[in-house]
Design a protein around this ligand. Structure first.
Ligand code: SF4
Ligand code: SF4
Length: 390
């Protein structure tokens, strides 16, 4: 089965047993579906949601605001994929939720706040979900003396380019120091926010635009510091486009490679206790667990401590899938639970490799006065200071 937007998924949704495993951690000791844990109503777990979806697509239930709310109140964290016991079916659970959102969009039931994401991304003066004027990145290219033609494109991503500029700048400095032959493009949104919320009509055009810009630079590789861009470009674009013709990397892979080849030397120790938060779109969705942990362990002086729920069982930060814009209070409440878990390890720092997780965790940290330091791993490395031995 191929979970493309053309598949006959409507025949498969009803195969859910409604056994309910999908809302727990693997040891069944805690609810690990943020949606069910918050709403405590079966329709807000995957089992119930699959049956609602079946009713909606078979016409037995009519679309309504209430039905759409149950379809959209899910950060697409993928815990249900990990814990569903039905092997051939489970890999597509989040795809089914996103495909149901496509149906909601066609029926005119995408909630207004999520529709705003589409309006901003489609606005030719913006092309990003934050509603900022498009940064064509020409000034950045000049500032950092970047060429027009290069082997790599650093795909900054909207969150880093408009909300987490420290991460963007730390990434550019890192790539320059590592003597990576890279450039920037006048990028438009990778489309993660509108794919997640089922508003897919313009996606193919956006992919074609970005791919053309990348190919015009002569690049064959993309590097990004964003978990959302990484998963979207590497996995979701292939649902709309048969072949990409480019390789996709996360910055942390390059850091690990330099460390393995003894080319990265830290200028000082960093005597801190750190815990690592797995971004759902890198962890469960891309099985990307070890590389960031190995990088952290290689920083001299650092003690890495794990939260009780980690890797496949990680508790979501609560921001994904359109939840941050659609349900802002619930989004930070979900992050509050993550920060409490981080605090219970004795760590003073929670790090991750996703600017969107960082935004939501930071918002919760400030709102609930949690007194933790929330910082991206690349920024930690930038702050310690390092030498690249070429
Ligand atoms: S999605 Fe899987 S685990 Fe959840 S109720 Fe259905 S069959 Fe059971
Ligand atoms: S993706 Fe996450 S929040 Fe959504 S139903 Fe599955 S476990 Fe629950």
């Amino acid at each position: 089965m191929n979970a493309s937007h053309e598949l006959d998924w409507k025949d498969i949704v009803h195969r859910c047993f409604r056994c309910g495993y999908c809302k727990f951690t693997e040891d069944f000791l805690d609810f690990n579906c943020p949606s069910y844990k918050n709403f405590r109503y079966e329709t807000y777990s995957t089992g119930g949601r699959m049956w609602l979806i079946y009713g909606l697509i078979s016409g037995e239930i009519e679309w309504s605001e209430g039905a759409a709310n149950a379809i959209y109140a899910c950060p697409t964290c993928g815990n249900c994929i990990e814990n569903c016991r039905f092997d051939k079916f489970k890999d597509f659970l989040v795809d089914f939720i996103e495909l149901a959102r496509v149906e909601a969009s066609k029926a005119g039931f995408t909630p207004k706040k999520q529709v705003n994401l589409l309006k901003r991304i489609e606005n030719p003066e913006m092309n990003n979900p934050y509603g900022e004027l498009n940064s064509d990145n020409e000034n950045l290219k000049k500032k950092y003396d970047l060429p027009d033609q290069a082997e790599w494109v650093y795909f900054i991503g909207c969150t880093s380019n408009y909300r987490q500029k420290e991460l963007r700048d730390a990434t550019i400095k890192f790539l320059k120091k590592a003597k990576i032959d890279f450039t920037l493009i006048d990028e438009h949104c990778c489309c993660s926010p509108i794919i997640r919320t089922g508003q897919v009509d313009p996606v193919k055009n956006f992919i074609n635009y970005n791919l053309l810009k990348i190919k015009n630079t002569g690049a064959s590789k993309i590097i990004t510091s964003c978990a959302g861009c990484y998963k979207t470009i590497k996995k979701d674009w292939l649902k709309f486009q048969e072949v990409l013709g480019i390789e996709v990397f996360h910055t942390v892979e390059l850091i690990k490679d330099l460390m393995d080849n003894k080319k990265l030397k830290f200028n000082s120790e960093y005597k801190k206790k750190i815990t690592y938060h797995d971004p759902c779109h890198l962890g469960r969705h891309m099985k990307f667990y070890d590389v960031p942990r190995e990088v952290i362990k290689n920083i001299p002086g650092v003690e890495l401590v794990e939260m009780k729920r980690n890797r496949e069982n990680a508790w979501c930060c609560g921001a994904g899938g359109g939840v941050k814009i659609g349900y802002p209070e619930w989004a930070i409440e979900t992050s509050r639970e993550r920060l409490e878990e981080a605090k219970s390890t004795g760590a003073s720092i929670i790090t991750s490799i996703c600017p969107f997780c960082r935004t939501n965790l930071t918002d919760a940290n400030e709102h609930y006065d949690m007194n933790l330091q929330v910082i991206d791993l690349l920024e930690i490395i930038n702050n310690i200071g390092y030498t690249i031995i070429n």
